[in-house]
Design a protein around this ligand. Structure first.
Ligand SMILES: O=C(O)CCC(=O)C(=O)O
Length: 298
């Protein structure tokens, strides 16, 4: 669906001005959008998972662990695919209030693609280098977007996510290195041409929401504060955006499923070509591990 068509449907929660701003700049920040009821439920399950991580010594399908993670001092980078892990995460990601936001920005027919909880642990939680998301999981159009929930107050010290307004209308960058291996971040040469002084750092109080389009240039600095920075991220797309083979992690419940409206009858193609990622069915770790050159995908 084209933005004009999406905008012609009555919004559920956003103002028309906010929707237009999203299409123009590629991002939105909504202060304190999610209330304490949801936050308490999400924290109860998250604390349980953090506790479970103590018995893990290596990153795996669920936990992406920093190299110095221990049972006594857990250090999580990410909980992968939370929607598939627990009914509370599932309800939030597939039927919760953020799905109304997705509907306002991708149209009435909404697909869920994937989810992750980036913890960015206190005292050194790793940076996420500048990148765009769509090259990790190409679709036939550029409707996909990611909605993030700050589960705690996030200030400048904690590595909030930064975006370059309007960059979703610009170049789609090559995320492979000179040696042909997937790096998952812009090269130094490409980065030198990016106006990083225009970056907007999306800080916000507990319960605030970040939204960025799949072509948005974004990244975040290390978290050197004594507080962790839990950002719960969900990606949604218009039902008429079909995924490229291999761009959905296989065997994950609910991945790439219709959660609102009707299945698409026509595929919508956007004209700009998209970079093809490696075949993730052969192995996928996370953007953190990848950018820190630990292993094989976002
Ligand atoms: O957690 C962050 O700050 C950024 C996350 C991100 O860009 C990603 O996971 O693709």
């Amino acid at each position: 669906m084209k933005p004009e068509e999406i905008l012609s449907h009555a919004p559920k929660v956003l103002s028309q001005e906010q929707r237009e701003a999203y299409f123009e700049t590629g991002y939105l920040v909504l202060e304190n959008f999610i209330g304490d009821d949801w936050l308490d439920r999400l924290w109860a399950v998250t604390n349980r998972f953090i506790d479970d991580s103590r018995s893990h010594t290596k990153s795996g399908k669920v936990f992406d662990l920093e190299p110095n993670h221990t049972a006594e001092e857990p250090r999580l980078r990410r909980i992968s695919q939370p929607v598939a892990l627990d009914p509370v995460y599932e309800e939030f990601g597939l039927r919760g209030p953020i799905v109304d936001l997705a509907e306002d920005l991708v149209g009435p027919n909404v697909k869920y693609h994937h989810s992750k909880l980036n913890m960015k642990w206190s005292g050194g939680g790793e940076e996420v280098k500048w990148h765009q998301d769509i090259q990790f999981w190409p679709h036939t159009n550029y409707s996909p977007l990611t909605i993030g929930l700050y589960m705690d107050d996030v200030d400048d010290e904690m590595g909030p996510m930064g975006v370059i307004p309007g960059s979703h209308k610009g170049e789609i960058y090559d995320l492979y290195g000179d040696d042909g291996n997937w790096v998952g971040a812009l090269s130094d040469e490409d980065l030198a041409g990016v106006e990083r002084d225009r970056a907007v750092w999306m800080r916000g109080g507990k319960g605030s929401i970040t939204i960025h389009n799949c072509r948005m240039l974004h990244g975040s600095m290390a978290n050197n504060s004594p507080r962790s920075r839990p950002l719960l991220l969900h990606t949604y797309a218009s039902a008429d955006a079909l995924t490229f083979p291999g761009s959905v992690v296989t065997g994950v419940p609910h991945a790439d499923s219709l959660i609102r409206g009707e299945p698409a009858k026509w595929i919508h193609f956007d004209p700009e070509p998209c970079l093809i990622p490696p075949d993730w069915s052969k192995g996928y770790s996370s953007i953190f591990a990848l950018q820190q050159e630990e292993a094989a995908g976002n």
